[in-house]
Design a protein around this ligand. Sequence first.
Ligand SMILES: C[S@@+](CC[C@H](N)C(=O)[O-])C[C@H]1O[C@@H](n2cnc3c(N)ncnc32)[C@H](O)[C@@H]1O
Length: 227
Amino acid sequence: MSFGLGHGKPLVAGDVGIELLSLPPLPIAESVEAARVALGFDPRAWFIEPARRFEIEIGSGKGTFLLQQTELEPETNFLGIEWTSEFWVYAADRIRRRALPNVKLLRGDATEFLRSRVPDQIVSVIHLYFSDPWPKTRHHKRRVVQDHTLREFHRVLAPQGELRIVTDHDALWQWDLEHIDRARHLFERRAFERPSSAGEGELVGTNFERKFRREGRPFHAMTLVRL
Ligand SMILES: C[S@@+](CC[C@H](N)C(=O)[O-])C[C@H]1O[C@@H](n2cnc3c(N)ncnc32)[C@H](O)[C@@H]1O
């Protein structure tokens, strides 16, 4: 139980929340990839209807996109991944109170989770909205988009699966474009299509988008389709 963002009200992740650290350990193998295959883990088994379409949001923050979109898409299973405990428990508590059976929230590093626990070609969409820009050069390695993460996204995405990116941050956008250019054999760039839950004049309608919109910041957005 946590109080943090709950302003004195207890926050409970309940069975919406899952900790990366609580997952079955990887067996000893020559590489993480070999261990993942040997373990045979599949996160779709967390849902009541595991065969449904499966989407992942990296960096769900307070969970607003998940809450909005899942109500319009009850037939899709959504997994949010958030590494900050305070946001993770806040978002999981919101989802738990709405009793949404098709949303789970994992606490941990999304890139580590994808690499070590997600089988090939099972994800229809990866959502990456207002990812942390990590402006200092020595922190660039913490940015979600990297050459190796783009290869991982390509591996876990189903044929024609999509990576959807929105950011307000010019330098991060340039970084993303440079990396995506190097991965042009893996993805085709298309225009961003707003999810059905986006409000009037919004691209997605996350907390950060709403905050940055009030500050008058312009946004960049794209969809990458898996080749
Ligand atoms: C700037 S916030 C945006 C939150 C939300 N997407 C929004 O638009 O309101 C970025 C979030 O991504 C999370 N995050 C960054 N890198 C992550 C990673 N590798 N795995 C999981 N969460 C990550 C951060 O903790 C933070 O909550």
